[in-house]
Design a protein around this ligand. Structure first.
Ligand code: TXA
Ligand code: MG
Length: 330
C-alpha cells in the first residue's frame, strides 16, 4: 500500500474519534503515511522503525535531502528504550514531557528508529507529545513514529487539516483531523549529548523555562558555530510566495500587514497575530495567518515587531526564515 515514491494515493479524512484513531494506527503499522495532529503543528507520520515507510515521508514532502526526523513516543519509558538520557535530559523530560520539547540524545544500543530516520547519525531526536489524539495513536501504533511537519518541503508548517491537504492531498494515505494546533510552532529542540545542553531550535517551550529548570543557560548551537546544529534548520525554511518585511512599524502602500498587539489603524489586508499582545496566541496564529495573507496573493507582507522573549524567540526565528532569501534545494 505504501510504495515509497511520489505514488498517487487517495487521502482519507479521518475524524479524531476511536474509529479514526484505530484506522490511523493500523495504516501506520502497515507502513502508510498519516498526517497526525500534535499540539505544535500537524506531523506527517510513518513507522520510524521502517526504512521504507520513512522513505515515503521524504518522497511525499519532496525533501531533497535526508534530514534526520523526530521519533515520537507515548511516554518517557518508551523514549528511554530508544535513547540514552543523561541527568540533564532526564530533568528536562520529567519537567516538560508530555509537551512541545524534543531531546536529541545518543541512540541506545537497542534503538529501533531506522538509520534513515536518523540520517545515519549516532544520536536520535525523541519527543513525547501532549496532544491526546497523538498520544492515542502512538499508544495504538506501539512503535516509534517519525513525523516532520506535514507540509511540502520549503512551505509553511500546517496547523490544521486543511493546510495539510493543501500541500499533500493525493500523496498520503490519511489525515486525522482534530482541529487547529494549540501551540502553533514546532517543538523546542535541545541536544543533551556531551554535558552542556544545547538549544538546536527555539520552539514551543520557551528557552527561559528550560534554563530555569536546568539552573543554567543553554548553549545556543548556532552561536558555537560547530557541532550538531539541527540540519533541518536551514535559513529559508518557512517560505511563503510573498516577500516578508520584518520589524515594520506600519505597512507601506500595497503591502499586506501582519500585526501584533492593539492597533488603532484600519488596513484592508491586515491580520493580527494577537490583538491582546499575547505571545502564545501569536504563536498559535502564526502559520495560519502567514498562509492566509500569502494565499491572497500579496507581493509583500509587512510584519510588526515581536518581542524577543518567551515564545517570541520561536516566532521571530520562523519569521526570519520566512523572510530569508530563497535557497533552492531545501
Ligand atoms: O513540533 C515538532 O517538533 C513537529 C511535530 C510534528 O512533532 N515535528 C518537527 O519535525 O518539527 P521536523 O522533522 O520538521 O524537525 C526535526 C528537526 C530538524 O531540524 C532536524 O534536523 C532535527 O530535528 N534533528 C532530528 N534529529 C536530529 C539529530 N540527531 N541531531 C540534530 N538534529 C536533529
Ligand atoms: Mg518542518
Amino acid at each position: 500500500m505504501s510504495e515509497p515514491g511520489p505514488a498517487i494515493r487517495q487521502t482519507k479524512r479521518l475524524s479524531a474519534d476511536a474509529a479514526g484513531i484505530a484506522e490511523a494506527a493500523a495504516l501506520l503499522r502497515a507502513g502508510g503515511l498519516v498526517a497526525l495532529p500534535t499540539e505544535t503543528v500537524y506531523g506527517l507520520a510513518a513507522d520510524a522503525t521502517s526504512g521504507s515507510a520513512v522513505a515515503g515521508i521524504y518522497a511525499a514532502k519532496e525533501r531533497p535531502s535526508f534530514n534526520p526526523l523526530i521519533a515520537h513516543l507515548p511516554d518517557l519509558a518508551g523514549a528511554r528504550r530508544q535513547g540514552l538520557f543523561d541527568a540533564n535530559a532526564l530533568t528536562l523530560a520529567q519537567a516538560f514531557w508530555p509537551g512541545p520539547l524534543t531531546l536529541v540524545v545518543p541512540a541506545s544500543p537497542g534503538c529501533t528508529v531506522s538509520e534513515l530516520a536518523r540520517a545515519g547519525l549516532s544520536s536520535v531526536a525523541l519527543r513525547v507529545p501532549v496532544h491526546p489524539v497523538a498520544q492515542a495513536v502512538l499508544a495504538a501504533a506501539g512503535r516509534p513514529i517519525a513525523a516532520p511537519s506535514a507540509n511540502r518541503s520549503g512551505r509553511i508548517s500546517p496547523t490544521s487539516a486543511r493546510h495539510v491537504l493543501a500541500d499533500l492531498e493525493g500523496r498520503i494515505d490519511a489525515v486525522l483531523d482534530a482541529g487547529p494546533a494549540a501551540v502553533g510552532v514546532e517543538s523546542t529542540i535541545v541536544a543533551c549529548l556531551d554535558g552542556a545542553p544545547r538549544l538546536l531550535r527555539p520552539g514551543g517551550v520557551p528557552r527561559e523555562a528550560i534554563e530555569h529548570v536546568l539552573g543554567r543557560p543553554l548553549v545556543i548551537a548556532s552561536e558555537t558555530g560547530h557541532g550538531p546544529i539541527a540540519p533541518g534548520m536551514l535559513a529559508s525554511h518557512y517560505a511563503p510566495a510573498a516577500r516578508m518585511r520584518l520589524d515594520a512599524d506600519a505597512p507601506h502602500d500595497g503591502e499586506a500587514w501582519l500585526g501584533f498587539g492593539p492597533e488603532a489603524r484600519a488596513h484592508p489586508a491586515a491580520l493580527n497575530l494577537s490583538p491582546a499582545g499575547d505571545l502564545g496566541e501569536a504563536a498559535a496564529n502564526l502559520f495560519g495567518h502567514m498562509r492566509r495573507l500569502d494565499e491572497a496573493g500579496h507581493a509583500v507582507i509587512a510584519v510588526a515587531r515581536i518581542p524577543e522573549q518567551g515564545l517570541g524567540e520561536a516566532i521571530n526565528d520562523r519569521l526570519r526564515r520566512a523572510a530569508a532569501p530563497r535557497q533552492t534545494g531545501i
